[in-house]
Design a protein around this ligand. Structure first.
Ligand code: 6GU
Length: 230
């Protein structure tokens, strides 16, 4: 899968991609991420990427020309046939595991990170296929949201997460939260590992984990247990 990130701050991504799973995915060529600085597509001495809003009011608006030129450049340079252009904005639909699964099936994603107040509406009209938010709060820009998308999507690519079982046991794959986990020592400051986990009885262990997962979900996220026809 190829991901093209359009941003004014490509450096923000470097440390995230240089570590752990994402580094491994990139090193193993399972994931190809390229960064494009929107400023490089701006014109004039000052390479302006934003301007004052028509109609007045506070804040700045990201100009349409550099963004259109950047997307057109990416499409032509990489001969993309059906890229999906995603604009990260608090106005988008709220990101979740289901949306991640859909995006993970795409060949090429172009992630557009906004800044300042908003982008010129014509970017939305003519360039953007999907708008995505990562939750009901406001970030200073789309970069952190893009990193969240990249991280969630990357771990769905076969071979990225070492143990494939850990994906299918995930919270939100099953619509249940995860069960409690323990590792050594068996007694830590007087807190014991539950007996059942030491029993070696795998049927019992599976039952215990399933029960704990349901219990935890009921307590913390009852909304996940509600089906649509209830
Ligand atoms: Cl995608 N962008 C910004 N600026 N703020 C957000 C967001 C995105 N998702 C939640 N808050």
């Amino acid at each position: 899968m190829r991901i093209f990130v359009l941003t004014l701050f490509p450096e923000m991504f470097t440390s995230v991609l240089a570590h752990s799973m994402l580094k491994r995915a990139i090193d193993k060529n399972l994931l190809d991420i390229r960064f494009y600085n929107i400023r490089d597509f701006a014109e004039g001495k000052h390479k302006m990427t934003d301007d004052v809003p028509y109609g007045g009011g506070g804040g700045m608006v990201m100009k349409p020309e550099p963004i259109f030129r950047a997307v057109e450049h990416i499409v032509a340079a990489h001969q993309l046939t059906s890229p999906v252009v995603v604009y990260l904005t608090p106005q988008g639909r709220t990101f979740n595991q289901q949306i991640a699964r859909e995006l993970a099936l795409k060949q090429d994603l172009i992630l557009l990170c906004g800044h300042y107040e908003e982008v010129d509406e014509r970017v939305r009209m003519a360039l953007v296929d999907q708008e995505i938010s990562i939750g009901d709060y406001v970030l200073t820009g789309g970069e952190l949201a893009a990193m969240v998308l990249i991280d969630v999507i990357a771990r769905m690519i076969p071979g990225v997460v070492g143990n494939e079982q850990s994906i299918t046991h995930d919270s939100f794959y099953q619509p249940l939260l995860d069960y409690p986990h323990y590792t050594r020592p068996q007694n830590f400051r007087g807190m014991q590992v539950p007996e059942v986990l030491i029993s070696g009885n795998h049927k019992k262990i599976d039952e215990w984990r399933q029960q704990e997962a349901i219990q935890r979900t009921k307590q913390r996220r009852p909304d996940l247990l509600m089906t649509n026809d209830e």
